[in-house]
Design a protein around this ligand. Structure first.
Ligand SMILES: [Zn+2]
Ligand SMILES: [Zn+2]
Length: 341
């Protein structure tokens, strides 16, 4: 099969005869329609020393069609469109039992076990897959995974009607968190992002207030929150300075939700601020079965319209240039979808 293979840091090659993934009895085999390029793919692509054994096929934000159903797989038939969590889980631990597949202990060892979805075919346990209604276009369905990550962050935040929120980071995930916070009844959501192109997209996508961190943002956010600070602040940028700013802009007894992966390890964490003002520091990782089911509904009904976030479509053979382009200027793109078959 065709697969875009990360051979070494910053080097992706199209392999036309990559081995097809093995299939277990509980698995479905799927032909991948589209896979979105995620910030975490970019991180693995660029970081040295390598985070993963190479060669490796990345990709986890897929929409795909079922082509084969394992003898013990339930709930799907050939031709169904599905989305879900790509990395295998054990299916037996307490986390798997509650649908939190991304917290399964197997996760760490299995991440290199099968190929990701920058490939023609993937195999995935049926329990980690979710049926997409047939009217949903394949490109929009590929956005269900990032929407599920945003749903998870909103649920973790305990956001409620009338609260005021700030989102640091205007990539696709930041914008989806902003949109879902508004749907969840936030009174006002501000978005902080340095790239002009992403700020403009945030404005078009409905942000109540867009701010460039190069400007004096502290006063503006304090003004917008009656001098108290935001009820909920989402840190989606992975930038240490944003982490510090976010922790200062969360109101007393508010919640700060960290959704990002950090490149640097020198994060300016000051526990005294969180203790003395009773700020809850919450972390949100990926998504679980509940988040996926909700994301399927939100995207297929277009209650969350993901189309404005799709900024480019490329082929598997164009991945090297797409990744290089994102490294050089991430701010000019939002979500790039890779057509995989
Ligand atoms: Zn992702
Ligand atoms: Zn498990």
């Amino acid at each position: 099969m065709r697969a875009a293979v990360l051979k070494a840091p910053r080097s992706i090659e199209l392999d036309r005869s990559y081995p097809e993934p093995p299939m277990g009895p509980e698995d479905l085999k799927l032909r991948v329609d589209y896979t979105g390029i995620c910030g975490s793919d970019l991180h693995v692509f660029a970081v040295e020393p390598p985070m993963m054994k190479m060669p490796v096929v990345l990709g986890h934000e897929f929409s795909a069609q079922v082509v084969e159903v394992g003898p013990e797989a339930r709930g799907f038939e050939a031709g169904d469109r599905a989305v879900g969590l790509i990395y295998p889980s054990c299916g037996r631990c307490e986390y798997c039992a509650q649908g939190d597949f991304t917290l399964c202990d197997l996760r760490a060892v299995s991440i290199n076990e099968r190929n990701g979805s920058f490939a023609e075919f993937i195999t995935v346990p049926a329990r980690q897959l979710f049926l997409v209604p047939s009217g949903t276009p394949a490109d929009e369905a590929a956005m269900i995974e990032p929407v599920s990550v945003a749903v998870h962050a909103i649920r973790r935040s305990r956001l409620s009607v009338g609260e005021r929120a700030v989102v640091f980071g205007g990539g696709p995930l930041g914008l989806l968190i902003m949109k879902l916070a508004q749907l969840g009844g936030a009174d006002r959501v501000a978005l902080v992002e340095p790239a002009a192109g992403r700020l403009e997209l945030a404005r078009r996508y409905g942000a109540d207030l867009v701010l460039d961190p190069a400007d004096e943002i502290h006063g503006q956010i304090m003004d917008a929150t009656g001098g108290r600070g935001a009820d909920v602040v989402f840190e989606v940028s992975g930038n240490g300075r944003a982490f510090a700013a976010a922790s200062k802009l969360t109101r007393k007894q508010g919640r700060m939700v960290v959704v990002a992966v950090y490149e640097g390890r020198d994060i300016p964490y000051n526990p005294n601020r969180f203790v003395s003002d009773e700020v809850d520091l919450i972390h949100s990782f990926w998504a679980n079965a509940i988040d996926f089911r909700r994301a399927v509904n939100l995207v297929s009904s277009r209650k969350v319209d993901v189309r404005p976030l799709i900024s480019a479509r490329v082929g598997l053979d164009q991945m090297q240039s797409a990744m290089d382009g994102l490294i050089a200027d991430r701010g000019s793109q939002s979500k790039i979808l890779v057509a995989c078959s």
